[in-house]
Design a protein around this ligand. Sequence first.
Ligand code: AGP
Length: 606
Amino acid sequence: MCGIIGYTGRMAAQNILLDGLQRLEYRGYDSAGIAFFKENTGHISVRKTAGKVMDLRAICDDENLSVCGIGHSRWATHGGVTNANAHPHKVGDVVLVHNGIIENYHHLIEKYHLMGQLKSETDTEVACAVINANYNGNPEEAIKKAVSELKGSFAFCIMFSNHPGEVYAIRNVSPLVATYAPQNGSFLASDLTAFIEYSNKYFVLPEYHILKMTKDGITLNDLDGKTVEPEYMTVDWDVSTAEKNGYNHFMIKEIHEQPDAFERTVGPRIKDGMPDFSDDNIPDSLFEGIKDITVIACGTAMYAGMVGRTLIQNKIGLPVKVEIASEFRYERPTITKDTLVIVISQSGETIDTLEALRLAKSRTDRTLAVVNVKGSTIARESHYVMYTHAGPEIAVASTKAYTVQVAALYLIGARIGVLSGEIENDAVREFIAKFRQVPEHIKSVLQMEDTIRMYANRMTNAKDTFFIGRALDYTLSMEGALKLKEISYIHAEAYAAGELKHGTIALISEGVPVIAIATQSNVYSKVISNIREVKARGAYVILVSKDQEIEDNTVCDIHIPLPDIDDELTVFESVVVLQILAYYTSVGKDINPDQPRNLAKSVTVE
Ligand code: AGP
């Protein structure tokens, strides 16, 4: 999704903007640009280009001493990837950048007689023209009038000619955060990573509030002109967290961060050996008396929900549904006041998950968000929030966020088990004691990285692959398949092992890689039978199991042994194997796993 950055202060703005855009690259983009006040004048200059930030740097002037500007990385929605469609857009006295979608821009083109006036194909330029048409020298008035006519999602960062040193912003749905750091000036961005080296304090711009930034501070006014105090938050990570620190890619760095991420997420929620959410202000009443659970999410977060569902339903006996957010939004909800709704989102900004949450809230007061980004929209709009503490996840392919999402769901299941009496306290205590050992088990799997890397070489020429398993392994295989396809571009499909012979086995031919996960004792022999079925038809089988060795070497071509751990905890080991396999398959194909084609880190547009 698009990245936005704005700055005004006493430092040279250009590198702050360009470096900030570089830090936002992980959001996914295809063109970039900046605009800045020419030093000590009210004149605004624009530099923009299709391509990467490095291409933008090439057309910028190193001697640029401007101290105020805005920047943008564009993930194309309206209009192709061209220089003209790149942001910033300039119409008259107004220059702006935008993240979101203006749904009524055709109407606005007619209303403001813009036909033949526009230089691009974008909805953004139309919005810029509307603000300019309403501008009579007062930026806030112009913004207020314009947004009253806009329909859709937007995060605007705006500058006005003859208002040097001033940057304005307003948002609806699309994210924007800001901060004022006295020594450095005022910063605004799509997310904190863009300016973390200048401040670890920030606030989320409230929707439909006009932000004005100058070198001396920030003011925030609602649309009635009433000044509002920003609600600052502080993060406990720093600029090095938002950098690769010697790893070749963010993805492999984040795979290695999983033991710490797990501990930071789980540790504070275990008191006296039992799950305890008191520090999260999550009351037991949220869970007491629930009749069913609905988990709503997208992508990897949804697959984490699938794993949580299997564990909770099997352990607690409560019906648990996992809904794809973009589907849930258009179905007739079966949620009642006794349904616990858990929405999962790493970014906390995924539009489909956000809108699904809003629909769920119309049916129940029991909404709980499992979110990684502090203060994000989903976190703020749900009744309760359990933050995961994975730290910033920069790689598009989610890894550590998935692991801590599953961990959070396991904790929630344990808490419900205690409160409902479904699980004896001693059994929960025993589970928690083993649960806390998971980071050590993940570390053991990470030590297998070089071996798994070798096996990935066998995957790079594959056209189709299948991930199969049963029970928890089946739900985990969904994440394994997504990881592989989104960063290696190899078609991958997760399949319930027992379902293969009902059609899909027809696709198995000589050399097709099948990654089989067989860690669940109660169905182990069944999965081995299913593996034999695909092997008999020429599949190249990579088996992931807790066996330390496989007697019958006709079962698989490669065996990846997992450190011994309780069946219900194997997912934390298996997923690391699949993440590493996907990562090195991608690298083996000379793909940048951090920024796979067509993908964005946070899908904030529908
Ligand atoms: C997974 O690797 C992808 N990045 C994608 O599926 C992602 O999980 C999905 O878009 C949901 O994002 P969220 O967790 O930020 O809501």
